[in-house]
Design a protein around this ligand. Structure first.
Ligand SMILES: *Cc1c(COP(=O)(O)O)cnc(C)c1O
Length: 232
């Protein structure tokens, strides 16, 4: 794992990339939050993030996140689940995660609602949409969206805070990611207008495609390798 000094350098470089992308698009960098993705890295990754002022990190596996939570003396850190949530892990969500970014089925909504009701806790969620129609990716298709929005809005314990997508991996063709991001923004705008609700967050963009995501209105980029390096 990299040193904290290296992490700080990476973070500085990341701020530079965000600023540059924002300049091109006439956006305010303050409108884009960074979610450090600490998956596959030891607790130090969370500690570095916290020392740098972050109060939220992303993890893609329930058990890994909970182990880190148990092995740390970290206070007031919020954990976002950004990986697929299996039904049999739903009971671990309340109390351990502040938000689930990967809600993608009615079944999952019902299971979450039941356990949250039981524990009398609320949970912020994003709907994950496969706007890139990538067979390798999870998420609903755009035409399933209303059904899930209805279910979330009927729930007393789930709060629809945003939409999330993972663009197809195509580093040589940034237009592919950009299209997936623009589709997510359009979907958010349409739902927001039709239902007369505010859906503030667009979680889109990672280390390789954050520029395209910022161009299409991302409010949250999920960044792993650009901050912590890659495992080889
Ligand atoms: C790993 C992961 C990221 C971070 O990806 P990088 O390319 O390392 O920045 C973002 N989102 C999700 C859902 C991930 O699983």
């Amino acid at each position: 794992m990299i040193s904290e000094e290296e992490f700080k350098e990476n973070l500085k470089r990341l701020f530079g990339r965000i600023e540059k992308a924002c300049e091109c698009e006439n956006r305010n960098p303050d409108d884009i939050s960074i979610l450090p993705v600490t998956k596959n890295w030891p607790i130090e990754a969370v500690q570095y993030s916290r020392n740098a002022g972050f109060n939220r990190v992303g993890e893609n596996r329930v058990q890994e996140a909970i182990e880190k939570q148990n092995n740390s003396i970290l206070l007031d850190m919020n954990w976002d689940l950004i990986g697929h949530l299996q039904s049999n892990k739903v009971r671990w969500i309340p109390g351990n995660f502040a938000r689930v970014q990967t809600v993608d089925s009615i079944k999952l909504i019902k299971k979450l609602e039941k356990i949250l009701n039981h524990e009398n806790k609320k949970l912020g969620i994003f709907l994950q949409v496969n706007t890139g129609k990538d067979p390798a990716k999870a998420g609903i298709f755009e035409n399933q969206c209303e059904e899930l929005v209805d279910a979330v809005l009927n729930s007393n314990f789930l709060n629809l805070e945003g939409f999330m997508t993972i663009a197809p991996y195509a580093p040589d063709e940034p237009s592919i990611a950009r299209l997936a991001f623009s589709r997510l923004r359009n979907l958010r705008d349409r739902i927001s207008e039709n239902y007369h609700i505010e859906i503030p967050e667009l979680s889109m963009g990672m280390s390789e495609d954050l520029r395209e995501a910022i161009a299409e209105g991302s409010t949250m980029i999920r960044v792993g390798s650009a901050l912590f390096g890659t495992r080889d």
